[in-house]
Structure formats: C-alpha cells, structure tokens
Write a protein of this length. Sequence first.
Length: 158
Amino acid sequence: MYFKCLSDNQYLLIVDNIEINNIDVFDNAELKKFIGKILPKYLKKITNNGFFTLDIYWNNYFGMIFDIKKEKRNNKFNYIDLKIKFHLNSEILYKIDYFNLKELNNIKKQKIFYYKCNYYLKLINPISNNSFIKLMDYSEIIYSNYQDIVHKGIKLYI
C-alpha cells in the first residue's frame, strides 16, 4: 500500500493487486469489509471528523486507487462521513519515460500510447510482481482524465 498527500484536501491511497488478490470486487459485502478494514487507519492520519468524497478506481491488472478528497464543510460532530463512487474496470495508464520503458524489457504484449511527447503504458496482459514493482518505481499513475490519451494518442504495441 502507498499513501500520499497530494494537497491540503486531496490524498491518494494505492492498493496493488497483490494485496486484494482474494477480494471479489463484485461482492458488495466483501468489498465493504475490505474498505472498512484498510481505510480508517489512513483517514485517522488526516482527521477525526469531516466529509469526504472517495473515488475508488479498480482495474484487474493494477488493483485499487482511492482518491480521497476532503470537503470544506464544517462538521461539529466527531465522525467521518463518506460519499463513495466506485469505478469498475477503470483505465489505468502509466506515464513513463522512453528510457525507463527500455528498462522494463520483460513487459511484453502491452499497449503504449504516445501523446504530447509522452509515453503511456496500458497493461492488457498480466505481468510478474517484479515487473509491476519496477513499473511503479519508473512511472506516474494516470487514473482519471485519460480519455484524450487513449482516443487521440498514437497506439503502439510491445
């Protein structure tokens, strides 16, 4: 798991596929139990109360991305209120430098998009855990606002 503060009101929690391997994301009860297990310890790092919107992006090859945004509403009570949106089978791209792309020589049969002088990798086949860890080190994750990249970018295959 990876937790990062993006701004005063936005946080990112990344849970890779290795950690959610046994979770059925289509089973509502199992998903609620999983979210209830991991999310509270990270929300306690932020605050003890407040209103949050939580966008969860799920992809079969990646895992889950929790995009946590704190709303600027006054909460007099000592509880956390969540509004959750779940995005199934989300497009998750990896913005990667050309030279780092060459380093990932064991990533085969994947899609690459070239858009505005940048390379974006899209996993369409499973990769090994070691390759996934390298990919996470070398890339920036794009999980929203990817439509222009996918639709207007030049498609390459490796």
